[in-house]
Design a protein around this ligand. Sequence first.
Ligand code: UD2
Length: 325
Amino acid sequence: MSTYLITGAAGFVGSALARTLVESGERVRGIDNFVTGNRENLDGLLGRMDFRQADLRDPDATALACEGIDCIFHQAALPSVPRSVLAPEPSHRSNVDGTFNLLEAARAAGVQRIIYAASSSAYGNQPGLPRTESMRPQPVSPYAVQKLTGEYYMSSYWQIYGLETISLRYFNIFGPHQAPNSPYSGVVAKFIRQMLTGVRPTIFGDGRQARDFTYIDNAVSANLLACHAPAEQVAGRVFNIACGAAHNLEDVYRALAHLTGFEGPPLYGPPRNGDVVNSLADITAAKAAFGYQPTVGFEDGLKRTVQWHREEVALAAAGDTASRR
Ligand code: UD2
């Protein structure tokens, strides 16, 4: 039986992977430093996995976390384009140094495979949609450079040391458990929570920027498929993980307003520095190499996500009422 390590296990994607693996009876270790991870994401999991608070910037803690591990799902990162624009150094330390420390620890511990959460931001604003993995990366923001650096390190460790590394370029993953309350939150989570609590969302730019928004279950299944694929088909390679359909922010706003019952137009603000304008994936390579197939589409994903946020808002309101009694 394999033992899996999930970095960023209290984060949005990491905790979804942890839940899936634990519920299938797998042996899971998780680490998180709780900088952006959330303890509530581990509810129901803590007694069923080996969870350790640890930071990838600490090489000794990282080495301990890798002991006895067969496969790593490397989800830990300090995300967000605007966060990296405002302060590139902390995200560089987490995303580049942290990834490097993990690769070194994995190599020393004899880990067989690492699946790395890469980012669609690698493509930047070059012409040509959909994005295919053969395009030359043209990262714009520090975050995009950091995530791309991780990909290059992954590929190097396969070629030089034979560590089976796979980079999955996520295209704007959304779904339950994605944090909604930070200025750096993903737009879907942020807009839903704002709409459900009567706050008018702001669109940065003209709202025509488009994303290949991808529901969390698709990202989880991509990781599991990549984990079990034969090395000769996946090792050292990069794959787009998306749905293959783009939606602009105006459309997202309209769809969410309809689902949440929010009335009124958005506010508009200046475009974000470092923002990518259009993003749409070709997902042929992942389909061919490991049978990836998006199973939950955009509209269905939005419905499920709005439902989860409704329950969270109701729980918070019930908690407030209880504390006032
Ligand atoms: C990038 C990557 C994504 C992932 C993510 C991690 C691209 C195309 N995508 O997501 O794959 O790595 O980084 O953080 O590079 N926006 C508003 N109002 C708001 C919040 C956001 O208009 O209140 C806009 C924002 O300017 C952008 C879009 O919504 O045009 C999506 O923003 P996001 O922060 O959800 O994700 P993005 O595209 O930076």
